[in-house]
Design a protein around this ligand. Structure first.
Ligand SMILES: NC(=O)c1ccc[n+]([C@@H]2O[C@H](COP(=O)([O-])OP(=O)(O)OC[C@H]3O[C@@H](n4cnc5c(N)ncnc54)[C@H](O)[C@@H]3O)[C@@H](O)[C@H]2O)c1
Length: 277
């Protein structure tokens, strides 16, 4: 299995694949990005060993199954390549066009995109039948779900292979069709956006909105805290995908969310969002 992009998601995907017994080729642009991803994998494996949920020998074997590279040609022998690079359609399409010429004719290409149409990415290749969305959740080693997205031309065989691969990685795999936001973000983001509208209108404080949703709906965290964890820029980008994709005003981003992003208050990663970290 190949993984392109060693960031937050890519290194997690490489780790769970290696733990499942796959030989993995992990690629990023520069050696320092690769090193950072590998350090993340080693830290995570060590934590599982410390918690006694993984034997030391299994952690070492998983680590040994991961090769790294900075050249996409290293992916030539892969049967499945999962892309986890920046959330930019043009950059991803360029990468997929290149990968299409590198991997073998039977290989499957998959994207971990949160919101870009799978059909748009597939059309950058000559194998739209062997192209699919494989949407892992953060943090990958802990989150059970993989949302699999069928593009317009994804074949039944590709879907079956990718569902089996996700299950082998210990995940529960649920499939949907290629519509803006798929299922996860189409349902989640309007809830987060509505919570931001409530805050903007002074209906309640951020703490009260989150407590009401946490305690009343049995959610593990409130929508505003979750937005801070996801990143407010990411939330805004996904809402814009929904708004543009459906042309329905119900997805319009709350002006308070737009303003937070303009101010650089992006949530936990910038130290400030709806809360201060
Ligand atoms: N962060 C999340 O919670 C989350 C959840 C689900 C899906 N996603 C999606 O996963 C993808 C990656 O997100 P992330 O949070 O891991 O991002 P990130 O910024 O942590 O990592 C992206 C990595 O890709 C590398 N990269 C960029 N362009 C590249 C190229 N052309 N070739 C090789 N490597 C390249 C970067 O150097 C970086 O290491 C995005 O599409 C995102 O929407 C993210």
């Amino acid at each position: 299995m190949g993984v392109v992009g060693c960031g937050l998601m890519g290194h997690g995907i490489a780790q769970v694949a290696a733990q499942a017994g796959y030989d993995v080729v992990l690629v990023d642009l520069k050696p320092e990005f690769v090193a950072k991803g590998v350090a993340g994998i080693e830290r995570s494996l060590a934590k599982f060993v410390e918690k006694k949920t993984l034997a030391d020998a299994d952690a070492k074997a998983a680590r040994a199954r991961i090769q790294t590279a900075t050249d996409n040609k290293a992916l030539a022998g892969c049967d499945l390549v999962v892309e986890a690079i920046v959330e930019d359609a043009d950059v991803k399409r360029k990468l997929f066009a290149e990968l299409d010429g590198i991997v073998g004719p039977q290989a499957i290409l998959a994207s971990n995109t949160s919101s870009i149409p799978i059909t748009l990415l597939a059309s950058a290749t000559k194998r739209p039948d062997r192209f699919i969305g494989m949407h892992f959740m953060n943090p990958v080693p802990l989150m059970k779900l993989v949302e699999v997205i069928r593009g317009a031309d994804t074949s039944d065989a590709t879907l079956a292979t990718v569902v089996a691969a996700g299950q082998k990685m210990g995940k529960e795999v649920h499939a949907c069709r290629d519509f803006p936001g798929f299922i996860s973000n189409r349902v989640l983001m309007p809830m987060i956006n509505e919570a931001i509208f409530c805050l903007n209108e002074g209906v309640a404080t951020a703490e009260d909105i989150d407590a009401i949703m946490k305690l009343g709906m049995n959610h593990p965290m409130g929508p505003l805290q979750l937005a801070d964890f996801i990143g407010l820029d990411t939330c805004l980008a996904i809402l814009n995908v929904l708004f543009d994709g459906f042309k329905d005003p119900k997805y319009r981003p709350c002006p308070l969310l737009v303003q937070k992003v303009q101010a650089g208050h992006l949530g936990r990663k910038s130290g400030r969002g709806f809360y201060t970290y």
